[in-house]
Design a protein around this ligand. Sequence first.
Ligand code: SF4
Length: 274
Amino acid sequence: MLPASTSQLGLTGGEPTLYGDGLLELLALIRSRLPDTAVHMLSNGRRFADAAFAERYAAVGNPRLMVGIPLFGPEPGRHDFVVQADGAFDETVTGILRLGERGQRIEIRVVLQKHTAPAIIEIAEFVARNLPFVEKVALMGLEVTGLAQANLDDVWVDPYDYRAELAEAALLLRHARVRTQIYNHPLCVLERQVRPLAVRSISDWKNEYLPACEPCGLRSECGGSSSLPGTAAASTLSRWLRSRIEASQPTRTCWSIGTTGSYSRSCNHAGSTR
Ligand code: SF4
């Protein structure tokens, strides 16, 4: 058994709710043995469409329990295609509503990949209009591991290509007073107005930095390119560098990036300070 001092506990699967009563018993046990532990469970949310199950989940009564539920589209077609299951969108959204009715803590996760990134603004609008009661929305860059790695051509999209839409979606959610965070993105690829929403979500030991990161003033706040797949990392950052730095012809050591996302020269070379 974990010590009572455990600060965080994550439950994932597969799909934890498939364990039904076994999951509810485990959650009740966690609540009694680890009352001060923050518990985060990943689920597709579909089982909560069953009002009786949602009621029993809520009855566990753990104020430190949050469920993270992925949403892959603003309508059934896109979401069901990504998860390859007809009817999944309706069940997931119904499940979120059932949990919301019962005051449960919900995080919506929007993983940005080739099939979801084009709809990021519509997904944000859907959440703002229909699910504004959720505790937070996490806009997440694709973690290229496992199945994503094996199907990279089918799922990969360069964050540089959706940066404007990501910024619009994040600001839309913020204006709707939905707490919003951005995960798994190099800071320089984000539009500067949404950089304060970025979470340094990659463990320090996983961080990778390209040579282009060497002079960057944001290095201590940024996970580097570790959220990008191998060759794509160099491509993504080099596109950013081409647009921001190489076009103005300073040497690499001339630039720093402020915490607000502004760039400034630290020497007297000619060039834009954007
Ligand atoms: S450390 Fe590298 S990836 Fe991060 S903001 Fe700087 S240049 Fe971009």
